[in-house]
Design a protein around this ligand. Structure first.
Ligand code: 3PG
Ligand code: MG
Length: 394
């Protein structure tokens, strides 16, 4: 399955090297980076390109900004700052880079620049061909090292790979594919998957095929809320995707008993660190409640299921663990995964932040930088960013 070119096989000396990394790091409300794992994971690829004499430009998306305009909240500026601290050198951030210009003309072997959030460019998410062709013109070698975005066919993850003179996989992308492929080739059963987090719609759609592959599918966060809405009809003001209730019902009906839902939750009247937590049975959730964590009974049930697992796959927190009052569920989950004898794989930006916050990293079998891409890999899907590298290799 790894029929693509890898960075060590490509000549980089004196070449313009365009690296697509995933520097989509979690940030607090003031924009401070709360976990820099993805930035650190991208450094080996960047350092290798520099030391081999490449003139290096790196880009990434951050968040999900509206295309066609700059907005400071989604700027890569904090990432440029963190990267320059980690590398011990200045990392200039270039805005409006698609058409090249002075910055490109000035780029020399050994230079490194960061290209502003690629999702500010109109056409990025739609994998627009004209945009991808322009981007491809900036470089001699395109390197995709963004495993965490490999499930997206966008201009910087897919289109550019079709048109760049050379297209190859960076060391992080290659290592993640190798490690996950090995770990999931013959997983020890029961295979327990935990899928949580706030990105409801893009994850809910993968759950159907995931449910078929695993023995237990534990849901949390906004995803669980959508299932609770499907099962009980009321979740108050909680984050959910009402449009996907039909999908959630279909999954519950197709896999009876495989998708246990929380029986109790912790609610608040607002989404805030200072909100007062109130434990409740799911039947008692009121119209103005917001579910922000799972309750004590659900924690016990979750612990029992994780304790009997042969393999654990975890993506997404199950409560708003960033707020102390609503962190108990995710903390218990992190500890249960860490202390289980099962082989555990965990991935995703917020998941890594939770793993680090609860200090269990050294007791997780494998930690992937990817969340959504990791789930789609597990689902057995071809990741478009990988597929296009394979096409280029043929
Ligand atoms: C992630 O955080 O899962 C990746 O960076 C992809 O981000 P996206 O879901 O906004 O495409
Ligand atoms: Mg994310």
């Amino acid at each position: 399955m790894t029929g693509f070119k890898r960075m060590p096989q490509c000549a980089l000396a004196g070449k313009r090297v365009f690296i697509r990394a995933d520097l989509n790091v979690p940030q607090d409300d003031r924009g401070a980076i709360t976990d820099d794992t993805r930035i650190r994971a991208s450094l080996p690829g960047i350092r290798a390109a520099l030391s081999r004499g490449g003139a290096v430009m790196v880009t990434s998306h951050l968040g999900r900004p509206s295309e066609g305009q700059f907005n400071a909240a989604d700027s890569l500026a904090p990432v440029a700052k963190r990267m320059s601290e980690l590398l011990g050198r200045d990392v200039p951030l270039i805005r409006d880079w698609v058409d090249g210009g002075v910055w490109l003309a000035a780029l020399r072997p050994g230079d490194l620049v960061l290209l502003e959030n690629c999702r500010f460019n109109k056409g990025e998410k739609k994998d627009d061909e004209a945009l991808a062709r322009k981007m491809a013109k900036l470089c001699d070698v395109y390197v995709n090292d963004a495993f965490a975005t490999a499930h997206r066919a966008e201009a910087t993850t897919h289109g550019i790979a079709r048109f760049a003179p050379v297209a190859c996989a960076g060391p992080l992308l290659a290592a993640e594919l190798d490690a996950l492929g090995r770990a999931l080739a013959q997983p020890k059963r029961p295979l327990v998957a935990i899928v949580g987090g706030a990105k409801v719609s893009t994850k809910l759609t993968v759950l159907k095929s995931l449910a078929a592959k695993v023995d237990v599918l534990l849901v949390g966060g906004g995803i669980a809320n959508t299932f609770l809405l499907a099962a009980h009809g009321k979740i108050g003001k909680s984050l959910a995707e009402p449009d996907l209730v039909g999908e959630a019902k279909a999954i519950l009906a197709a896999f009876p008993g495989k998708v246990p839902l929380p029986i109790d939750v912790v609610v608040a009247s607002e989404f805030a660190a200072t909100a007062k937590p109130t434990p409740k049975a799911v039947e008692n959730v009121a119209a103005d409640d917001m579910i922000l964590d799972i309750g004590a009974q659900s924690i016990l049930a979750m612990r029992a299921m994780i304790a009997m697992a042969g393999t654990i796959v975890w993506n997404g927190p199950i409560g708003v663990f960033e707020f102390e009052a609503f962190a108990a569920g995710t903390k218990a989950l992190a500890e249960a995964v860490a202390s289980s004898p099962a082989f555990s794989l965990a991935g995703g930006g917020d998941t890594i932040a939770a793993i680090n916050k609860f200090s269990v990293a050294d007791r997780i079998g494998y930690i992937s930088t990817a969340g959504g891409a990791f789930l789609e890999f597990l689902e057995g899907k071809t990741l478009p960013a990988v597929a296009v590298l394979e096409e280029r290799a043929n």
